[in-house]
Design a protein around this ligand. Structure first.
Ligand code: PMT
Length: 312
């Protein structure tokens, strides 16, 4: 389902948990970012066998969450289950390369050891993860379906609202724009003997609107815009800023999203790109995106002295 229904007990519990965690971050003088990450799953049947999916891997969200933690933010990571996870992405994907790099040391209490050479980047990733964990700087919250995402976004946004302008919303998830209402969904598996499938889907309301107007009206809100046609990208970003009145759109094109983005505000446009040299050195575009947005967030907070005084 994609209509926003009254909060479920699970969403209320998430709101309580995020609020308590955010209070601790605030007491430590930290800013907080809510990072959304990964794609949503939309069922085609009530007892769902088939789903509508999208391409998002969650890498943008995961890499950005790592950078934000490094920059001193507490990060609430609202992510699609089994999508890319901060620091865990240093592990090879499930399969033979993972199994081949692990060894069992036999003995009365067998131990599993890893061949570190087979995991470039794993040691620093594990160290950074451990630091984040010890500092309670990462709060993961998981979703799968679209309805679940919408409810949890609302819960987390309400929980972060008391932080005012020191809360950043970094909406990198690729959220479905279409869904089938529960009342129009077949209960059982759609039968192929009935011939070719025709479905009509309804529009999912954009969550940016209640987020900016109601749930966290003082926060610094960044949405993402993905297009496949570069010629409409910046116009679409501008339209979103005009319509939802939030602060920043990070606009990207599907094929070049790992190397280049446009950061668009109501009065500016800035391209962030990786040079060939940076690419060979393994620099990630998220490093540039986060560093740029962190400065914009600081400037945003400085314009709101009363709220800022309460936080830092
Ligand atoms: O995960 P990766 O493979 O690394 O890819 C990263 C990314 C390309 C998914 C990411 O960089 C990105 O662009 N995410 C936004 C994708 C998108 O299609 O957005 P949109 O144009 O559908 O939506 C624009 C904004 O509105 C988004 O910030 C979204 O969170 C928000 N939205 C969308 C739908 C909806 N019902 N409510 C919303 O608020």
């Amino acid at each position: 389902m994609a209509e926003l229904l009254p909060p479920t007990p699970a969403e209320t519990e998430v709101e309580r948990r995020v609020r308590a965690w955010a209070e601790v971050q605030r007491a430590r003088g930290k800013r907080v970012a809510l990072v959304t990450s990964g794609g949503t799953q939309v069922p085609l049947e009530a007892r769902a066998v088939r789903f509508l999916e999208n391409f998002s891997s969650g890498r943008r969200g995961a890499a950005s969450a790592e950078r934000l933690v490094q920059a001193g933010y507490g990060v609430c990571f609202l992510h699609r289950a089994r999508s890319v996870f901060p620091w865990a992405r240093a592990l090879p994907p499930y399969g033979s390369s993972l199994l081949d790099a692990l060894r069992v040391e036999a003995g009365p209490a067998p131990r599993v050891t890893a061949d570190v050479d087979a995991f470039p980047g794993l040691v620093p990733a594990l160290q950074a993860y451990r630091r984040a964990k010890d500092e309670d700087a990462l709060l993961p919250v998981e979703f799968s379906g679209l309805g679940e995402y919408l409810g949890l976004l609302r819960a987390a946004a309400r929980a972060l609202s008391p932080l005012g302008s020191s809360a950043m919303f970094y909406l990198a998830a690729a959220v479905s724009d279409f869904y089938i209402p529960a009342s129009e969904m077949p209960e059982h598996k759609i039968q192929s003997v009935d011939g070719p499938l025709q479905i009509t889907m309804k529009m999912v309301p954009k969550m940016l609107s209640p987020l900016v107007k109601e749930w966290a009206p003082e926060a610094f809100v960044i949405s993402f815009k993905l297009e496949t046609n570069p010629s409409i990208l910046v116009d679409k970003a501008r339209q979103a800023l005009e319509k939802y009145r939030h602060q920043v759109v990070v606009a990207n094109v599907l094929d070049s999203r790992r190397t280049s983005v446009m950061v668009v505000t109501r009065d500016s446009e800035m391209q962030l790109s990786l040079s060939d040299e940076e690419l060979t050195q393994g620099v990630e575009i998220e490093e540039k995106i986060v560093s740029h947005l962190e400065s914009r967030h600081t400037a945003f907070m400085e314009k709101q002295p009363l709220i800022r005084k309460k936080v830092i």
